[in-house]
Design a protein around this ligand. Structure first.
Ligand code: ATP
Length: 276
């Protein structure tokens, strides 16, 4: 037992040392975004460590997409500061964008290209040499089980295939930090398992994955770090164990944190169902 505690302490010390030299994957200070009367993000602070699998969770309308859009340089904040890998996203956008990969919500792709052409084009936009792009594209298409559909136009891809080709495009330049907005939504269990395998391999190599999701079981099984957002604010952030606290599961902790523990589960709909 003492040995185990010593090992845990040694591991914590190594992590603390590493965090002193490695800047966090993302640091956010005082970030605000309003759309007219609606405050989407209300002055949040976040520090997401590098090399982790990180889940950003929250109910519908919590501000997750707005936050990820600002952090990835797609949406200008009203106020606040964002660093990715120690670099200011809005002062140094080209450098930051060369180091990140993004799979945004409502993914817009070049529909009239085939999957293979889309990766070829993305690689060239990213400044990769042609042969390197082609060999990485072949590997990604294989691993993501898209080799058979590589010459099909993207417009004819299913939802899951679109997510997978979007993920391949986001990974092609081997980014340090990968941002994924709802990567598993609309994806069948087999494709989800494939995506999961690719992402786990990628984080094992020291890269960071930050993804938003509503599916607590998924976050609990994948992530080692979690941030919980509700009504534009961060309600909790830390390791999975810290955020879960004494709760039975992340789902229970989440319901408690977002104040939905005792919410009316539909008793008011007394006209629904039963005899007509
Ligand atoms: N372009 C916009 N114009 C006006 N309001 C917006 C806009 N984008 C987001 N909002 C509002 O900001 C709030 C946060 O939205 P956001 O999409 O960031 O939440 P979310 O946590 O990603 O939700 P979901 O899980 O449902 O995707 C919501 O109230 C939304 O209606």
């Amino acid at each position: 037992m003492a040995d185990r505690r010593d090992t845990d302490r040694a591991e914590q010390a190594v992590e603390a040392d590493a965090s002193r030299v490695t800047p966090p994957a993302v640091r956010v200070e005082g970030l605000w975004k309003r759309f007219g009367e609606q405050t989407a993000v209300a002055g949040i602070d976040l520090e997401l460590p590098a090399g982790k699998f990180i889940g950003l969770v929250g109910p519908n309308g919590a501000g997750k997409t707005t936050t990820l859009s600002m952090v990835t340089g797609l949406l200008r904040p009203d106020m606040g500061r964002i660093e990715v890998g120690g670099r200011d996203v809005w002062r140094d956008p080209v450098e930051v964008k060369s180091r990140i990969g993004v799979l945004p919500e409502g993914l817009r792709l070049f529909e009239r290209l085939s999957g293979r052409e889309l990766l070829g084009y993305t690689g060239r936009l990213r400044g990769l040499p042609g042969p390197e792009t082609d060999s990485r594209a072949t590997q990604l298409l294989d691993v993501l089980d898209l080799a058979g559909a590589q010459h099909k136009l993207v417009v004819d891809y299913s939802t899951g295939m679109r997510k997978k080709i979007g993920l391949a495009a986001a990974l092609l330049h081997n980014p340090e930090v990968l941002f994924l907005d709802e990567p598993f939504e609309g994806v069948d269990p087999v494709s989800a398992q494939t995506i999961r395998g690719v992402l786990e391999r990628y984080t094992r190599s020291g890269a960071t994955v930050i993804f938003s999701s509503h599916v607590m079981e998924l976050v609990e099984s994948l992530c080692d770090w979690v941030a919980v957002m509700a009504a534009g604010r961060i309600r909790s952030q830390g390791t999975l164990a810290q955020v879960r606290g004494d709760a039975h599961s992340l789902q229970d902790a989440f319901l408690e944190l977002v104040g939905a523990g005792g919410r009316d589960s539909g008793d008011a709909l007394d006209w629904l169902g039963g005899t007509r």
